[in-house]
Write a protein that binds this ligand. Structure first.
Ligand code: SF4
Length: 92
């Protein structure tokens, strides 16, 4: 049973994000449709570097995986990384 099954729009629920290292760098964590693969990859690498030093890394990664977050870099994982992990879990 996912720990984050029921998302709550409350400040208390989202308080773990108060310590996020990505605050102020949000543009690096989400890519635009029109961006080239190279530009996207560069932003993802920069985002992952920020995640690597983030004090809420584990919580963020767990949250993104358990809620099947579709977009952006969370806990050092890109959208493609999460798809790969989800696929591995489905196929065992
Ligand atoms: S792990 Fe990365 S995406 Fe998650 S809160 Fe920290 S910096 Fe932001």
């Amino acid at each position: 049973m996912p720990r984050y099954k029921n998302l709550e729009p409350t400040a208390a629920f989202w308080s773990w994000r108060d310590g996020a290292a990505c605050i102020g760098h949000e543009d690096l964590f989400y890519s635009l449709e029109e961006e080239s693969k190279g530009a996207r990859r560069k932003k993802e690498d920069q985002a992952k570097a920020i995640c690597a030093g983030c004090p809420v890394f584990d919580t963020c990664r767990t949250f993104a995986l358990e809620t099947k977050e579709l977009y952006g870099v969370w806990g050092g994982l890109t959208e493609a990384d999460r798809h790969r992990i989800a696929g591995r879990h489905r196929t065992g």
